[in-house]
Design a protein around this ligand. Structure first.
Ligand code: HEM
Length: 413
């Protein structure tokens, strides 16, 4: 027998009382991505849900479902006609927020944009940014190397993705990066939904102004020029200005809100597992694989949403048309049906079947750049600082919602 709203078996582990005692919440019938208990019990919650509960439900706000197994997440992510992105990716979306292209659109609008944007972030194009990213890694380390300590997130992990994307890909000065990083972070994690809307608005206004300014400048043939040129939709209309701004906002959110968590987590894991650190120092060719394992185990995107366009059954649970459904990529990447010992970090794991970068038409456009940032960072860090540890009292702090990030991590060497 299963619980009605969740497909979760009725057993002593899944009674509301047992769940509240173990996780601080009835996560089968009343899950909450923003609950501080989820932030604290992150790994245990993911591991439990993917094993036990193919679908869970939340009563928060307008309510939403979470789909947790790899097969179901993959199937829903591919089935964009039934699981539409056009009504947004965040649960309980603040009123009045403009939709972001391409993330919050379906084909054919989505396809039109991805077709012109993809070449700017293809594996080949991103290889062209590799040396610049390596130089950025060195320049950031230079700023604190002699001190023998750093707060990894504010001095490295939150800066490198912004440098890589703004300076190298978009070609904009990085003076305003701190404001953008703060806007993206508060726009994502603030517990006050109105504040989320306000911060989001600030990022929108800044990027709108930047795009306007670029439209007055000679063309450079870069990503911004492609956005400015726009696309023609199937009905023959030209993409409006708001869509162009939203493309830049979406890229900015993706570009600076995600990689930090993998970076911080990888460095923290190495700081606390000397044997694993030694493994990578002895054989740096393992770093490429290690990055996939870190991306699998430390997923910056916990879950992203879709809206059902018809009644649909997932793992025995009927989800009605018009419901908000989150694809829990973080759970899917730990599915024991697809890998051995998913709760364990194994840097030499072969063929890592993770869904950290998403699945289907919305699969991450920035994954090639993210991989370069991660590889350049680990290689550069281990070359410059091969021995390091967590400063006493400087254990990492985290923040979690539909994304997860690390807020602080104090290191010394
Ligand atoms: C470790 C780093 C990253 C992770 C884990 C990540 C994860 C994801 C995921 C899971 C999606 C799928 C969304 C969905 O299914 O609705 C996605 C989409 C997207 N990502 Fe990333 N991302 C990362 C880095 C980046 C970077 C560096 C950029 C920009 C340069 C970026 C830009 C985007 C954009 C624009 C989309 C929307 C694509 C679409 O809707 O077609 N991401 N990302």
């Amino acid at each position: 027998m299963t619980q009605e709203s969740s497909g979760c078996p009725v057993d002593p582990e899944t009674t509301p009382e047992a769940l509240i005692e173990r996780f601080g919440r009835d996560l089968v019938n009343d899950f909450d991505l923003d609950d501080p208990a989820f932030n604290t019990n992150f790994d245990e919650t993911l591991n439990f849900m993917v094993r036990k509960c193919p679908v869970v439900h939340s009563k928060v706000g307008r309510g939403y479902y979470l789909i947790n197994t790899q097969d179901d997440v993959r199937a829903a992510a591919q089935n964009w006609k039934t699981f539409s992105s056009a009504k947004g990716y965040m649960p309980n979306r603040p009123e009045g927020l403009p939709y972001l292209m391409p993330e919050e659109s379906d084909p054919p609008i989505h396809t039109a944009w991805r077709r012109v944007l993809n070449p700017h972030l293809s594996p080949k194009t991103c290889l062209g940014y590799e040396q610049a990213v390596r130089d950025d890694v060195d320049a950031l380390i230079d700023q604190f190397f002699d001190r023998g300590t750093c707060e990894f997130i504010s001095e490295f992990g939150a800066l490198l993705p912004g440098w890589a994307f703004f300076k190298n890909v978009l070609g904009v000065p990085i003076d305003d990066l701190a404001m953008l990083v703060n806007g993206v972070e508060e726009g994502t994690f603030s517990l006050d939904m109105e504040e989320r809307g306000r911060k989001f608005g600030e990022v929108f206004a800044y990027l709108d102004a930047h795009l306007k300014w670029r439209s007055t400048q000679p063309a450079r043939g870069d990503l911004i020029d492609t956005i400015l040129a726009g696309v023609t939709y199937e009905d023959g209309t030209q993409s409006p200005w708001e869509h162009k701004v939203s493309i830049l906002v979406d890229l900015t959110f993706g570009g600076i809100a995600t990689t930090t968590f993998v970076l911080g987590s990888a460095i923290h894991h190495l700081a606390t597992h000397p044997d694993q650190l030694q493994l990578l120092l002895d054989d740096p060719s393992l770093i490429e694989n290690a990055i996939e394992e870190y991306a699998r185990f430390y997923p910056p995107v916990v879950a992203l949403g879709r809206t059902t366009t018809a009644d649909v059954e997932v793992a025995g649970t009927t989800i009605k048309e018009g419901e908000f459904v989150m694809l829990a990529y973080a759970c899917a990447s730990r599915d024991p049906r697809h890998m051995d010992e998913p709760e364990k970090i194994d840097l030499a794991r072969e063929g890592i079947p993770h869904s950290t970068f998403g699945v289907g038409p919305h699969r991450c456009i920035g994954s090639n750049l993210a991989r370069i940032e991660l590889t350049a960072s680990l290689e550069g860090w281990l070359r410059r600082i091969p021995s390091f540890r967590v400063k006493p009292g400087g254990e990492p702090t985290y923040v979690t919602g539909f994304l997860r990030s690390m807020r602080t991590l104090h290191l010394e060497w």
